[in-house]
Ligand binder design. Structure first.
Ligand SMILES: Nc1ncnc2c1ncn2[C@@H]1O[C@H](COP(=O)(O)OP(=O)(O)O)[C@@H](O)[C@H]1O
Ligand SMILES: [Mg+2]
Length: 292
């Protein structure tokens, strides 16, 4: 065995001991009684939410209702005034630094707007979390892992050497997704991933999200206001309104509720369009199956 192989083995063993035991419980995220505020502006009050293992949970709500703040609280970037947030069964608020880092390596995040480092290539962007969490990793192996994540995210191999400015909007999102997947996370946070994409790029990104979720066994917290995304790939939808999660369920379940925002959102003309195109898509699939 060469010296290099030896280093790799050590790194992997250490990594597995620290963080790699995957979560077997039903709810990887459990939030109770959450309160967030900025000065006098109260964003969340007594907010509760459970995210099921293996689901894509769509999170919707009017602009400024606190979807991004909610995500930031879960990943520890926003310290709440009150409440508890458990991720993988562990309280994330006020966790010890070592413990916190171990949990942090088990999720990946695609922030609103993508936020790639513009001075780094795509591969180098994906290598950032690998460097951070596995500093001893052999650079060549690190690059190889990054290349694999880039290809897995549906980008051509030659895009690894490109800079974000050389990519289309849809490709930048895929690069951001590759970076979010760098550490083989169990949990994936996506904040408005299809915002600003044309409908075809958005639909392609949606299919990729669904496919990777199923193949990799991910749990996905997906903030969106894209109705097509909700119909196409979300298992359940959580609705943020009145400073809390007012409802969680499948779209048909939500349609039964008489909350004014839910009715306006899911029964408006845009929703009907999304629903109809989803139904049309399904019948096209069925026809294709029948012919095959
Ligand atoms: N760091 C901050 N400081 C002050 N106010 C903030 C901060 N971050 C978010 N807010 C406010 O909190 C509210 C919710 O924001 P956000 O979660 O970004 O909304 P959205 O649901 O559109 O993602 C908004 O009114 C926003 O202005
Ligand atoms: Mg937001």
């Amino acid at each position: 065995m060469s010296g290099e192989d030896h280093i790799r083995d050590d790194v992997m063993v250490e990594a597995r001991d620290d963080v790699m035991e995957s979560f077997g419980g039903e709810y990887p995220i459990v939030i109770e009684g959450l309160r967030n505020s900025f000065g006098h502006q109260v964003i969340h009050e007594d907010l509760s939410l459970k995210v099921r293992r293996g689901e894509i949970l769509g999170v919707v709500g009017g602009s400024g209702t606190g979807k991004s703040v909610l995500m930031r609280s879960i990943i520890g970037l926003q310290i709440p005034d009150a409440g508890t947030i458990e991720v993988f069964g562990k309280n994330t608020i006020g966790a010890e630094p070592g413990e916190e880092a171990a949990v942090r390596s088990r999720w990946g995040v695609l922030f609103q707007g993508g936020a790639l480092f513009s001075t780094l290539t795509v591969a180098e962007n994906v290598e950032v979390p690998l460097k951070q969490f596995f500093p001893e990793l052999d650079p060549q192996l690190r690059h190889e892992i990054a290349r694999y994540k880039v290809v897995m995210s549906g980008l051509p191999e030659d895009s690894t050497a490109k800079y974000p400015s050389e990519l289309s909007g849809g490709m930048r999102k895929r690069a951001g997704l590759a970076r979010a997947l760098a550490l083989d996370p169990e949990l994936l946070f996506l904040d408005e991933p299809t915002a600003g994409l044309d409908p075809i790029a958005a639909a392609n990104f949606d299919s990729l999200t669904r496919e990777l979720t199923d193949i990799l066994g991910l749990t996905v917290f997906l903030i969106t206001h894209d109705l097509d995304t909700l119909y196409a790939i979300c298992d359940r939808v959580a609705v943020l309104a009145d400073r809390k999660v007012v409802a969680v369920g499948t779209i048909p379940e939500l349609l039964q509720l008489d909350h004014p925002w839910i009715q306006e959102y899911f029964n408006g003309p845009r929703s009907r369009g999304a629903h109809e195109s989803h139904e049309r898509g399904k019948s096209v699939d069925n026809n294709a199956e029948r012919k095959a």
